[in-house]
Every structure is written in C-alpha cells, then in structure tokens.
Ligand binder design. Sequence first.
Ligand code: ADP
Length: 459
Amino acid sequence: MEEGRLIVVSNRIPTEAAPSGGLVVALHDALKERGGVWIGNSGKRVYPEEAAHGLTQIAKTPYERYSFDLTEEEHQGFYLGYANATLWPLFHHRTDLLAVDPDQARVYREVNDRVAGLIAEVVQPGDVLWVHDYHFLPLAEALRKRGVMNRIGFFLHIPFPNPSDMPALPERKQMPDWLSSFDLIGLQTRRDVSNALDFLRDNGAEILLRGKMKYQDRTFEIASFPIGIDVDDFVEAAEAHADSGEHLRLSPGERLVLGVDRLDYSKGLPQRFAAFGEYLSHRPDPQIRATLLQIAPPSREDVEAYKDIRQELETITGRVNGEMAELDWTPIRYIRRNIEREILAGLYRRGDACLVTPLADGMNLVAKEFVAAQDGADPGVLILSHFAGAAEQMEAALMVNPYDPGETARAIEQALSMPLHERQSRHLSLMQSIRETDITWWTRTYLAALQQKAPVAAN
Ligand code: ADP
C-alpha cells in the first residue's frame, strides 16, 4: 500500500522557503522526503470574520503549507492564557504561578475545535498526523469527534507534570480523554514517561504492556524520544565562525562562561547569577578573571509571571557587577538580544564553560549545541542541571543542583581548572551521546513508531 502523507501540526509555522532551526528543519526534511502538509498558526491577529476564512495556503512546494490566524481573544485565551499561563507553569512544576481562568480554558478548547475542523477538511485516508506540543493537547479528541480515524501522534516538547501537581488543573479530568485519543505520545525522557504512566494509571487507564495503555475503548502508546540537534551543521557553523569570540574583546587569559536561554522562569537564571557571584567571591586566585556572558532575549512579556524575572535579573546583575567589577572588567555581561545562529555557534566554541542550569526543562538544546560547537582538541566544559531533560543522556557533563548556588559555584571552579585530558574525554563521550540521538534519528524513530514499523523505543 502506498504510504500516506505526513500532516504536521504545530503552533507556529515557518513562512520562509528554506527555514532554519533544528526542529523546523527536521520536520521540513521529513515532509520533503515523503510529501505532506504542514499546518500552523500564522502569528497574525485578525478580526473574527477574517479568522473564519479558515486555512491560507502559504506554500505549495516542496510540500503544502497552510496557516490559520487567531483573533485577539483567541491569542489572549489560547496562547497567552491557557497554554502559557496555565499549562506551561504546571508542566514545569510551578503550580505557584498557575493561573486558573475558566474563560481561557474555554477559548483553548474552542481554538483546538476550530483547528480540528480545518484539519478535517485537508486530511485524506491513510494520512498520518503528527501534532506538536502543549498548545494542542485536546486536538486528537476533537478530530476523533469529527470522525478522523487516521493515526495521530503527539510529541510533548516540555516536561510531563508531576502527577502530584495535577490536582491544580481544573481540567485534569479531561486529560485522559485528550491523551488517549492520540495513538502515540512521545515524551522527552524516561522520567516524563514514568510521570505520564503514573498519572494515567491513577486516573482509570490500564497498563497493558511496556508503554502500551488502554483507556476506556482506546489503546495507545507512550514512549520517550529524546530530541536532538543537527550535529554536523552545528560543528560546521562553529568552525566557520570560530572568530565570533573576538567581538567580546576579552583580555588575555580572561575566562568565558556562557549562558544562552530564552528569558523564562524555568531557566534558573537568578540562581545562576547568584552562583556565579559566589564563585567570584570564593575563587582561589583573585587574579583570575572569568566573565559570565548571558544571552537571554525576553519572551512572552505579556504573561504576568514573565514581568518579574527581568527585573530580578537586572537587580542581581547590578549587585554582582557593583561589588566585583573593575575599571577594565565587567563580570556579568547580560545581552537581551537574539544572536544569529552562526555567531552563537562561534561564541559557544570560545566558551570555557557553559551553564545550562534550568529548574525544569523538556530537553534543553543549548546543552547539545554547546557540545557540538567545541574544538575537540581544547573543549569547554558543560555544567548541566539534573532537571534538564538532557541530563538523562549527557552524564559526562558536570551535573549540578541549580537550587544550590554553592554547588554550582564549585562546578564553575572545577570546570575552569579541569585538566585538558579530562575535558577531552568528557567531550568525546558527550559528542557520542548527541550523535546517537540527533535530530534525524529523532524524526525517523518517532515516525517509524507512529506507523508501527518499529517497536516503540525503550522507556
Ligand atoms: P526553549 O525551547 O525552552 O527555548 P532550548 O534550549 O531547548 O529551550 O532551545 C532554545 C533554542 O533557541 C536553541 O536552539 C538556542 O540556540 C536558541 N536560542 C536561545 N537563545 C538564543 C539567542 N539569544 N539568540 C539566538 N538563539 C537563541
């Protein structure tokens, strides 16, 4: 039988002919290879009568791309509200920041219903659907209600919540219906799989076999598929832009510690800055100059919980720099801009260490990019939080508890004084792990499992 098309659904859709960015490129390649359709949000906000027009075709080749628009009310309720002020904090173990708002929950379901209607018009028998992320948890249920019986997969890019946090979500009782309407639920880590299995089992689902579950009359599977990067592409970009570090004008012998994150409360930035201050105050040789270059462009500034973090960071930066800076040295440099990917690759390569210290993170691709960008002959050291999804695979990093500034400070000291042979052997082992599960592995393995061509990955 001829293979059906692949239909990808994601919140944002690339609008350019040759998109960039790891995930987007991987999905673009998969769609190019087998033909298909990509459906996503245009990012435009329109009046309700315009939104009612449905899908707009934005490309025909090498595969079809369609976008839909949101109204202002939908943007507020679906995107800023339920997705990013309710689900995001819950899934990142921050129930203290979770907003409960029945109107936003209603709009979230309505947008999923509307998008399901648009997809139902495009889908053909034999097509396989791959839905991405927490914006579309109820999408498969809405599609099933419209009679779409195709295989539908889901991938959650962020952590699965701790089951003990779930009572904070008023819609928790609908979650088993939402999840079990998919055929395959892909999660980043074994820890996420274990949380999802526990939650579903406690809410009426039955575990049949490893990863296979039954809920009411539906069977579905849950497994981990740790997402990766295009390693060779990053190696090449870092080599080609190895001189990016010169822009920094560091003084001779000055050490560079990097941080690269979206400005988000899940990234542990205040704790990181405090740890760096502690490292500086206790460093054995006060002559050593180490600079923390933190690149953190703001995101979701319209969501209340994101307003404080910016101010908090500026206060800590001011305190540490005020105490430690000298006429010709600023210990924390904080850049709030996006940096071009190639330049970023070169900066990673110049880094003596990289601090990837989230309090919770689905995977964290910066950890993998930093490793790929290193010069194997003289590599920098990755300092990685236990709470990043990447920690399950990247055991050769220096692992830290991001809540403990003393421990992180000691790891910075250890990284900056690590002998070359140890840096090399850790780097080699980390390269092996990021190559094993790179982005091509991820798309192929997931799609093979979704189409039941391969047993579901280990969990
Ligand atoms: P998240 O998806 O939560 O933002 P990840 O670490 O998984 O976190 O992915 C972040 C991606 O965004 C990486 O590919 C990284 O290179 C990129 N990125 C983060 N900060 C910047 C920045 N300031 N400029 C350019 N790219 C950035």
